[in-house]
Design a protein. Sequence first.
Length: 243
Amino acid sequence: MSALDPFYLVKEEIQDSVKGLQATFTRWERQPPSATDRIVLSKELLSGCESIEWQVEELDRATGVAERDPARFSIDLVEIERRKKWIASTFSQVHSIRRKLQTAAENGSGIRPGIATSNRRELMRMEEHPLPKSNHAADNGFITDESGQHALIMKEQEEDLDDLSETVMRLGGVGLTIHEELSSQGRLIDELGNDMDSTATRLDFIQKRVATVMKKAGWKGQVMIVVFLIALLLILTFLVFSG
């Protein structure tokens, strides 16, 4: 089967949890009966057993659904039996640890009475929810929930993509407007530069003509030109203020 099969993804997580549970149980066995660490580890083991049994139970339900219609899930009966055996084996390992804890709690094992009673109650509560046999008539709740979650995630992703698409379109419109404005400003700057070049050329030409006239007129001519310009300025000033 593919490594991306949901069953094997969950199976791998459960196997890691079982290894951790067995390591904790080994530490628990090495502790003296009356040790405080043993009491703490007992609670941790009880919690771990319950968590693993719940996950295995969910896998067992999914396997039961697949067993009713193997073709729909692209698996064969051999694979189903393999899964059922692994489920039974895993539950047996966890249940073995739980039985040992229960026996220790019932015998006291040097644990304080209050703690022993608490452990026995916890074990009794867990016994009320045993794992069903692997050949039970399981419902399809697990797969239905998974399908619903995938559909919801896909819908949210589609909505996010729609929002992103609208945002990109708006940004594209703003960028186009800015480009057109910059192009217009560039044309105006080019026209202004051309006008300035033309004006500078004309001023340079006029300055050269004035310099040539002044040179030909001599100093007397220059004085006469200055007097004429002053007189012209006075006349213009009089006309402006008299009007």
